[in-house]
Design a protein. Sequence first.
Length: 516
Amino acid sequence: MYLVNARQMREMDRFAIEKIGIPSIVLMETAGQAVAQEVEQRYPQARLVVIAGHGNNGGDAFVLSRHLQNRGFAVNTWLVGSEEKMTADTAIAYRALVQSRVHVQKLTPKSWNLFCRELSGADVIIDGLVGTGIKGSLREEAARVVMEINKRKDRAAIVSVDIPSGINADNGVISSVAVSADLTVTFACPRWGHFLFPGAGHCGRLIVRDIGIPAWVGEELGIKARLLQDEFISTLIPKRARHSHKGSYGHVLVIAGSQSYVGAPALTALGAIRSGAGMVTLALPESIQSMVVGLTPEAVYWPWADKAGSFAPHSWEALRATNQPRYDCVVVGPGLGHEVDIDWLKQVIDRTSGPLLLDADALNLLGQDLTLTENRMPVILTPHPGEIARIMKMTVQEVEENRQQIAVKFARQHRVYLVLKGTYSIIATPQGTCFVSPRGSSSLAKGGSGDVLSGMIASFINQTGDVLAGLQCAVYVHGMAGELMDEYSGGASDLGLWIGQALQALAQKDRDNHTL
């Protein structure tokens, strides 16, 4: 499913209207019906207040008001704005509503108290005030309406049409106030503002409804961002043959750990093992091996030269004595600590082959010299916002406000695959495409969760035989496992217990999709 900004959605609408021949009023009618169907299904017999602006978002609201009243709902419809400023299609939808003998009340200073009383008596409030076109702050009247809507959140369900009013559809920014919805029904494609905070926190549950624009229009227009979904990921998860063996699922090498961070390599190995890796080798400072063995008995252990509990400066020489092609994917970084230097990392990078994932302390070292990976492909970087901010010499706030642009620009400029972790994680490719995972929960906001993800990425790259597919599977399944653990007060080591359940759920989804 494509993920778009406001301009791209307008281009898709225009293409559907001008190239395919779908009248714009048909798109509006279909959108309004889609929201009406969701409301009817979720809130039967509810008392409704519909709030419509004079833009196209208001037109959708007028359509859904007409359909809900035709279906027997008690609906009070309010116009916030001016008939004279209505768009052409909104004016048509408004006239159709009025000519259906539905009374629409206009919000004025004199009618304000009545408006507030009707909000207080509603079971469901439908926000069709301002759509995806907003760039700055809401106007004073609209902002006042939004604040009144939000006051009723404890007593009424709030449904937003397309996007909660007040949220910038491109970046999720809220300039003044925004509706805090329980449900948002959008059309054709989700917008970036649905998945970028703080706006994403106002959307509630997001439903994307088809309004007749063919999916191929996004490709025709060159849209490169996509939202990952169960149905797609379930097709990527490799099927494990009954006659297979451990060599069928790849060998992961993890170079990680120090005396201060004994758990990090164990958690990375756990992520790889629980997600199906055939073999995992842990290269560790030799003095901590005995502490890690008990945490991950399934791994193969490879002690390297040690200095005060960390990798010794020349410990990388261990790579000279081994046959590198035996390792299908290499992870470097979790729990390295601050004792190793950039020369050590350079030697490791130069002496490993196959896909290379750099995480945690390896990322901090790489920030000193981003040229280290120029001749090494493919390379995967998995920073959280704080790490990418340090590498790019920005603030975390600047990163969070521009997650998509930063991820895509960095991946293209440095020819790497970048996983910008967070809610919601973004995967960016060297070619400039990006993917967003809607999966995850606050249960992942714990130390060690990223180490588990690094192991999962290496495992799925090996199993799928493709870097991008491996990244998509790992990030998505990691988020699903976090959701399954949401009610469970566990840490990162417990996360592995839920990976199998997430994979089983996706396998069932794939079976359901192929059942006649």
